[in-house]
Design a protein around this ligand. Sequence first.
Ligand code: 6PG
Length: 471
Amino acid sequence: MFDFGMVGLGVMGRNFLLNVADSGFSIIGLDNNPAKALALQNECEVGEVKGTTSMGEFVKSLITPRKIMLLVPAGKIVDAVMDDLLKFVEPGDLIIDGGNSFFDDTDRRIDFLKPKGINFLGVGVSGGAAGARKGPCIMPGGSRDAYELVRPILEEVAAKVGKNPCVAYMGNGSAGHYVKMVHNGIEYAMMQLLAESYDVLKSVGGTSNSELHKIYAKWNAGRLQSFLVEITADIFSQSDNLADGDLIDKILDKAKQKGTGRWTSQHAMVAGIPVPTIDAAVSMREISALKGQRADASEMLKIEFTKQSADKDELVAAVEQALLFSFIVSYAQGLSLLATVSDEKSFELDLEATARIWRGGCIIRAALLEDIRQAYSKDPKLDNLLRSPVFSERLLETQRGCRQVVIAATNAGVPVLAISSALGYFDAYRRARLPLNLVQAQRDYFGSHTYERVDREGKFHTDWTTEEARS
Ligand code: 6PG
C-alpha cells in the first residue's frame, strides 16, 4: 500500500512524485501512457514505487484516507480525470489539483465534491520541472482539515529557506490557485521588466552579450538577487550550438503564454484593482506576437533619433535602480490585488505567509521577499506595499534611476511599457490630487452623471451648456 498517488506522469508529475519518494514516502503514479508509468519505476531510486495505467489498481493501492494529486493540463482534462477517480474513491479521501487551474473551476470542483464527502485542495505549484524535483514552492487552498491530511508530505517536499518549508495553508476555497495566478502575474511583470532592461542596456548603452552576462550576474549578487535575474545572466552566456554567435540573438522575439498572467489582469480589472505593470507585460507579449505588422511598421514609421551619448556606467546604475524599483512596484500591485480579493472572496489570506513561502522554490523568489515578509509582519492589514515604511527609502532612492531610464529609453524610441507603467503607478499613487476632477466634469457635462465636491457633501450636477454656468 502506498502513501501518495499522482495522476499524470509528465515531467512535472513525475518529478514531484520522485521528490515525494526522496522524502521517505511510498509512491504510486498513474498515466495512460505505459512508457511513462515504467519510466517512473525506472527513475525512482529510493523506497517503494509503482507505476500503473489502471485507475482501479491505482486507487485501491493507496492507504486511506487516500492522497491523490493531479498534475495534468488545466481545464477539461482535470474534470475528466476526476470523473474517472470518482468511480473508485471513498468519502474522506483527498484529491489535490496541482495544475494552473482557473480559480472559478476550483471553487466549482470543491462544491461538486463536498456533498460526496471527498476533500479537494486547489494547490499552486511553482518552480518548473527542476523545482518539482528538488523543492517547489507550494500554495495550497481549500479546507484547513483537508490540508492537514497532506501537510506532513508537502512540508517535506517543498523548497526550504533555512529550515522553513516553502509551503503554507493559503486560505479557503480557491485561495491556493488564486495566489498562484497572481504569482504568475508578478512573474510576467518581472520577466517583461528584465526584457526591457536588456533592451535599454543593449539599444541605448550598446552593451554586448558578454557584458550583459557580467552585469546581471553582478546584480544577482546584490540587492536584485532573484531567480529571474540569475537565469537572465546565464542566458546571455549561452552560445548557439546550431550556428555561430550567441543563442539569445537567434531566438524569435514572439513570446507565448498559457494564460495565467492574462487571467491576473482580467480578474484585477473585475475586482477594480490596478495592476498596470502586469497589464503591460501581458500587452507586450501580445504586441510581440504581431511580428509581421511590426516588421511593416518598422519601415513605414521609421524615426531618426539623435544619438544620445550615454555614460555606460551611469546607465547601468540607473537600470539597476529602475529594476529594483519596478520589481517592488510589481509585487505591490500583485499583493494589493490579493489583499482586496481575499476580503471579497473570504479567502482569509495571510500575506506574510505568502511572502514567506515565495522566498524559495518559486519563479519569483528574490531577496526582496524577505523585506516584503517583514512589511506584512509589521502590518498584516497593509493594503499596499508602497505605504510600508520598510520600502519608503528604497522607493525614493530608486525612482530617480527609473526616471533616468524612462527618459533615455523614450528619447531613443526604445519601448519600456512595463518600466514606465511602474513609475506611472507610483507617481499616481503618491499624488494627493489627480486630474480626474476633469474626468468627473466631463462625465457630468455629457451624461449628467453628477460629481462630488471637495468643499461640501453631496452629489452635484451642473448645466454646463448655459452661458450663465460658464461665466
Ligand atoms: C511556475 C510557472 C509555471 C508557468 C510557466 C509558463 O510558477 O512554475 O509560473 O507555472 O506555467 O512559467 O507560463 P506561460 O506559458 O504563461 O509563460
